[in-house]
Design a protein around this ligand. Sequence first.
Ligand SMILES: [Fe+2]
Length: 180
Amino acid sequence: MAMAMKRKPDPDAGAAALATPTDLKPRDVEKVAAALNGLLADAYVLYLKTKNFHWHVSGPNFRDIHVMLDEQAADILGSTDELAERVRKLGARTLRSLAEALELTGLKENNEDFVPPHDMLIELMEDNKAVAAAMRKAHKVCDEAGDIASASLIENYVDQTEKRTWFLFEMSRAAGPHGH
Ligand SMILES: [Fe+2]
């Protein structure tokens, strides 16, 4: 009996099997998927940082900040499935791990033992501003590709992100620079 030839795994086979049909050009799909996956990576990092600060905030404004950050985290997490599935609707592959999210994100995590509440608010505000800017860039990529559905999805997220920035800004004034 002849030995069966051991087949080498074809690196393109997985991608081909997952290539949902679309009328968008393959090159455009690639660009849009990269832009959306970048936003998805940002969302996971911002989600965990927002929860991190929700869990570790301390001080006289504890309840207000704690509750606000929980609401913001829920909104951010709510965007992840839609972003990922938008990529799959185009036939491209999306994130597989948090390690990959860390490679793709433009944000930095915060592993400090203690962060004063005012610093938490300012850091999240800056992160949300950076995310809004990244979304505007991604929107341009979608526009140029003629992908109006992705562009429309992003438009809603820009609004949500700017709402978070607004609330963080106002709350940072309430918290004061010394955390009170
Ligand atoms: Fe909680």
